[in-house]
Design a protein around this ligand. Structure first.
Ligand SMILES: C[S@@+](CC[C@H](N)C(=O)[O-])C[C@H]1O[C@@H](n2cnc3c(N)ncnc32)[C@H](O)[C@@H]1O
Length: 218
């Protein structure tokens, strides 16, 4: 038995996730399917992200960085932190020539979460919400700067899809909204629908005034 504690590789921390298994790195090639950029165009993601100039943006669960790279390229003013908990995924991202060329793209592992707390004006999470446990969801919130916004884009269980996980592994928009709201997020507006995805934009309970209504139980 190893003395190392790869706690992020355990299953216990996925409590609350809709999909019981985490993404299998042997399926990483699917993330490179160019079709993705037609049914979930980078331009629309950029528009939803609406990142202020020079903002720090975390791509939470970046995988092989398909969207992180495209965004870093389109917005050289942004600092794009490409975060993934699986070293296999980060290795695939780092092996891409673009990843090295783009000075504003930083691939990082979960150990960076502690130092990045409160730093992100925007967080992007594409096809990640359904595999996040409650703990990870709170990490997303804690990474946000005050008044920062998280953009959750995920496979829509209500959509008739030839691609993506089975419907019972992903959320309908109404379920995703409820899950986010149960975990301290406030969803800003109606969801945006894509062919196979929904997008929800949310803030986290960072405003001190909101704490008045949730007394500290400790
Ligand atoms: C389906 S892939 C999507 C990758 C990328 N967002 C994209 O759209 O191409 C989900 C990724 O989220 C990562 N992930 C899941 N839970 C995570 C967590 N708690 N922290 C960091 N990364 C996580 C997985 O390792 C996997 O690479």
């Amino acid at each position: 038995m190893s003395h190392e504690h790869h706690h992020h590789h355990g299953h216990g921390d996925r409590h609350g996730a809709k999909q019981p298994e985490r993404f299998d790195p042997t399926r990483a090639a699917r993330l490179e399917d160019p079709e993705r950029l037609t049914y979930l165009p980078v331009e629309d993601v950029l528009e939803l992200l609406d990142a202020p100039r020079d903002a720090c943006v975390i791509d939470f669960g970046t995988g092989t960085g398909v969207y992180a790279i495209a965004i870093a390229r389109a917005r050289s003013d942004l600092r794009i932190v490409a975060l993934d908990e699986q070293p296999e995924m980060l290795a695939l991202l780092r092996a891409k020539p673009d990843a090295a060329r783009l000075g504003n793209l930083e691939p990082v592992g979960p150990e960076a979460v502690a130092t990045l707390r409160g730093c992100a004006q925007r967080i992007l999470a594409i096809n990640v919400l359904h595999e996040l446990g409650d703990d990870a969801l709170h990490h997303v919130g804690e990474l946000l700067a005050p008044a920062g916004r998280a953009v959750f884009i995920d496979w829509n269980a209500d959509a008739d899809r030839p691609v993506g996980p089975p419907s019972d592994h992903v959320y309908a928009p109404v379920e995703a909204r409820a899950r986010l709201e149960a975990n301290g997020f406030r969803v800003a507006s109606a969801e945006r629908l894509f062919a196979y995805h929904f997008a929800l934009v949310a803030t986290y309970r960072s405003a001190p005034a909101e704490r008045d209504s949730t007394p500290d139980s400790s």
